[in-house]
Design a binder for this molecule. Structure first.
Ligand code: PLP
Length: 494
């Protein structure tokens, strides 16, 4: 039997208890549903409001969040989410609008979306932006669809290969795989850049393009990025930028200016939309002039120009060679777009630049503090994150042990075993929102753990010891997924 330690809301149920009382109906009751669609029994828990509240509050306290502590999960940009975002996205005009309302009744929402498109264009240097995609990976898929549509329209049907560096996020090859294209892996050189010789050898007229994350998942800005882009363009390919790491570049470098043709943004990373609990993500995609006509439909556009007295009239427009719709309605409006809009408006251009500079400063500060205690395989000035190795000479301690031990010190672990090209990788991204005290305490914990790895490795092997649950069997958890904690009575787990 599976051990389910917290009672579920169903187990707390007791016949006759009530959380809500419905008022008596003040309209005649009509029995219009056909009998076969009615259920005679509905097994809902019977439980009082106070017990429901305690149940969920106690469950939430078992969780770790960026609101409860430092969360250096590399590549994920777990920055603090300012609470003003929560106020604005709950304004009744945003909260209670419906995507099927006539456009003249939602001009404010459309104005916000239009302005967000314009701001993202200005921040990234692209010619057009769609807000539709639901997350980064969905943005990638959208971008790759546009790249394919571009080649197809030109009658260039040989192109089936996408070049992807070995430092890429797993979603890149996955998006390409979903398109039925071939992935060609390009190695990194010893400075963590794309290996130019290997790239040159792979560039030919069967190449759709390349997907490059810059800064990449090693936290390195590719020193030859312009050369890489010109090689791809030279063989007729298009350049995709994975913009998940835009936090390092805000206000400093614009991917569109570097020559990228298409890039997704992760509003839920760079622009402080809360994530990690399953959504809502928001993965807008920016394109250069080359791909402007292929953007998904609909985009928000100005249907009638405004003047001194009247605001413009907003509505929806369809690009001439649009790849079609990528999402029901218009994407994650309230949860994603309103929050990101608030964040950008609050910071302004200078504030955005500060964000990037502090994110890079914080990562370099941490890297400098742990240097000498941990091996740093690509050891140069990093961007918003860096990768260290969680292994030590003469010790059988692994990155996983280091991470679990960090939990005993009260910290969320960094990303483990990614990127794949670094053995026992610990990928550390502090973000700009952490102060020096927090960074110092985290560095001290890492340094202490490196000491323990040599002197008391069992402390690490047995960690975590201060959490409610100890070391999990991660293989079993992955192989025998249990996705609901409540099982109907006749189902047994073993
Ligand atoms: C997070 C991330 C993605 C995927 O974004 P999702 O919103 O999680 O789909 C892609 N690439 C990189 C580098 C990332 O960090």
């Amino acid at each position: 039997m599976a051990t389910i330690i917290e009672p579920t809301i169903f187990e707390l149920s007791s016949a006759g208890r009530r959380g809500v009382r419905m008022p008596a109906s003040d309209v005649p009751v009509v029995d219009s549903l056909p009998q076969h669609l009615l259920r005679s029994e509905l097994p809902l828990p019977e439980i009082a409001e106070v017990d429901v509240v305690r149940h969920y509050v106690n469950l939430s306290k078992l969780n770790y969040s960026v609101d409860s502590g430092f969360y250096p999960l590399g590549s994920c940009t777990m920055k603090y989410n300012p609470k003003i975002n929560e106020d604005t996205c709950r304004y009744p005009g945003f909260l209670f609008s419906h995507p099927l309302q006539p456009i003249e009744t939602v001009q404010g929402n459309l104005a916000l979306m239009y302005e967000l498109q314009e701001w993202l264009k200005e921040i990234s240097g692209f010619a057009g932006v769609t807000l539709q995609p639901a997350a980064g990976a969905h943005g990638e898929y959208t971008g790759v669809l546009m790249m394919a549509a571009y080649h197809k329209l030109r009658g260039d049907s040989k192109r089936i290969k996408m070049l992807i560096p070995d430092a890429a996020h797993g979603t890149n090859p996955a998006s390409v795989g979903m398109m039925g294209m071939q992935v060609v892996t390009i190695p990194s050189d010893d400075r963590g850049n794309v290996d130019l010789k290997a790239l040159e050898a792979a560039c030919d007229d069967t190449v759709v393009g390349m997907m490059l994350t810059n800064p990449n998942t090693l936290g390195m800005f590719d020193e030859n990025v312009e050369k890489v882009i010109s090689l791809i363009h030279g063989c007729g390919g298009l350049m995709y930028g994975d913009g998940a790491n835009l936090n390092a570049l805000l206000g400093i470098v614009r991917p569109g200016d570097l020559g990228f043709d298409v890039m997704h943004f992760n509003l839920h990373k760079t622009f402080s939309v809360p994530h990690g609990g399953g959504g809502p993500g928001c993965g807008p995609v920016g394109v250069s002039k080359t791909l402007l006509d292929f953007l998904p439909t609909p985009l928000v556009g100005i249907l009638e120009e405004g003047n001194d007295e009247e605001a413009p009239f907003y509505g929806f427009v369809t690009p001439p060679n649009s790849i079609g719709r990528m999402k029901a309605f218009h994407g994650h409006f309230g949860g994603g777009m309103v929050r990101a809009y608030t964040y950008i408006a609050m910071h302004g251009p200078d504030g955005l630049k500060d964000i990037a500079q502090y994110a890079v400063l914080n990562a370099n500060y941490l890297q400098a503090k742990v240097r000498g205690h941990y091996k740093i395989p690509f050891d140069r000035i990093c961007m918003h994150e860096f990768v260290a190795e969680g292994r030590f000479e003469g010790s059988d301690v692994r990155a996983l042990d280091v991470s679990k031990r960090l939990m005993d010190y009260g910290f969320h672990p960094p990303t483990n075993y990614f990127p794949l090209i670094v053995p026992e990788a610990l990928m550390i991204e502090p973000t700009e929102t952490e102060n020096k005290d927090t960074l110092d305490k985290f560095a001290d914990a890492l340094i202490k753990i490196a000491e323990e790895a040599k002197t008391q490795p069992e402390l690490l092997h047995n960690a975590p010891s201060t959490t409610k649950f100890g070391r999990m069997d991660e293989v079993k958890a992955a192989r025998e997924l249990v996705l609901c904690c409540w099982l109907p009575e006749n189902v047994e787990l073993n």
